[in-house]
Structures are given as C-alpha cells and as structure tokens.
Design a protein around this ligand. Structure first.
Ligand SMILES: [Mg+2]
Length: 228
C-alpha cells in the first residue's frame, strides 16, 4: 500500500528569511515603479498568484494576466539573489525526515505549495532539496490553495499510475490553510509550528497531528505510518 506525502515549502521545509517578500518588493519597483512595504498582506499559506493580485489591488494596478506575468518573471529573476541572506535555512528535522522517507519505496513525496513551480524549484534548489519532489501542485495551477489537492492527486495518477486513497495521503504544512486544503480532499493532515502559527493555534484547526518542529524524526515517521 503506497502513501503520498504532499509537502508545503515555506515555514514547513525551509525558511527564506523574508526572501520572497523582498523579491516581490524589488519586482514591484522594477516593473511598476512602486516602492511600498508589503507587510499589510497576510501571505502565510497563500499562493503567489493570490498574493500578487492582493498587491495589485492595494497598489491600484490593473490585475491583468500580462501584468501578473511581468511581476512573476521579475520576482523569479530576483529570488536567487534574495535567498542569499542569513535567515534562509532548512527547518529542524527536515533533512532527516526526507532522507528516511526517500529510502522507503512505499512513500511518494511531492509538493503542495503556494509557490509557482519555478519559485519552488529555486527555493528548494538553494538547499539541495528539489530532487526529493518529482512533481507537485503549484500556484501555476490555481490561485486558490484549496484547488491544489485535487491537482496533486491527478498528477500522481498520471505520472505514477497510482490512485492514492485519501487515508494514504498526508498534507504537511505550517498554516490553517494547509490543514483546510488537506481536509477538502479527505487527506490526513500534519501541522508543524515552524512558521507563523503556534502548536496551540494549529491545534484549533484539528489536524491529524501537530508538531512543534520535525526534529523528533521517529515521532513524525510514526504519525505518517512510516515507522520501522
Ligand atoms: Mg507554508
């Protein structure tokens, strides 16, 4: 029986030390000549496309596909440079968990992230983690995170020929949005308090399990049925 793990990136696998927001600010300045702080947007758990549309709304810029493409391309061009900051890191226990799971052939790892795929690959590639995730669902697929679970399941079916039953799918993330998008597809949900939400806050959204971080590898593997 195979199990599918759908991982969030920011606040779950890695922290980018504000690189994403910084790259958005640089892109906004370069492409649209606007210098404004972006700290009035609650972006945790949101998709890149949703965040950019919020910025367009607040800056009174036309919310067109052409503007979105310009913004995205400038953001992605700046992102590698923005990741060169001391706050960027892999979160505790993540490397050990990914290594342990890669050695278990019954476990498939993929992404379910609000990043566009190119951004996800830049962020994970910065830490040498991209190869763990052969596919995923991204902001390219929808601006709504709740749409991304079905996309991830469809890709698993198309690429692997496997129909994962909901009880063999885990969505792992750091925000209530991750928990919600997992529940919509009937998946089990693992919340991890390494982003902006505490264990107590995440618990109120009733995930299947919640961890302060993933440093207890054995406990995490038990929670997803991967213990030896
Ligand atoms: Mg996150």
């Amino acid at each position: 029986m195979k199990t599918l793990l759908l991982w969030d990136i920011d606040g779950t696998l890695t922290l980018s030390g504000g690189a994403g927001m910084h790259a958005l600010q640089v892109a906004l300045q370069q492409e649209f000549g606007l210098a404004r702080p972006l700290d009035d947007i609650d972006y945790a758990g949101r998709t890149d496309r949703w965040i950019m549309r919020q910025i367009f709304g607040k800056a009174a810029l036309p919310d067109t596909e052409a503007n979105l493409t310009r913004f995205l391309n400038a953001y992605l061009a700046e992102l590698p440079r923005a990741l060169q900051n001391p706050g960027t890191r892999i979160l505790p226990g993540v490397s050990a968990a990914l290594t342990a799971l890669a050695a278990r052939p019954h476990f498939t790892q993929a992404l379910l992230t609000g990043n566009v795929e190119r951004g996800a690959r830049i962020k994970l590639g910065h830490h040498g983690l991209s190869h763990y995730f052969p596919f995923g669902a991204f902001a390219d697929d929808s601006q709504w995170r709740n749409d991304l679970g079905p996309v991830a399941l469809r890709r698993a079916r198309e690429l692997l020929g496997v129909e994962f039953p909901p009880e063999r799918v885990f969505v792992i993330g750091d925000t209530p949005h991750d928990i919600a998008c997992g529940k919509i597809i009937g998946a089990r949900t693992i919340a991890v308090a390494t982003g902006q939400y505490s264990v107590e806050e995440l618990r109120t959204h009733a995930p299947s399990a919640v961890f302060p971080d993933l440093s207890d590898t054995a406990a995490f593997l038990r929670a997803i049925g991967a213990a030896d």
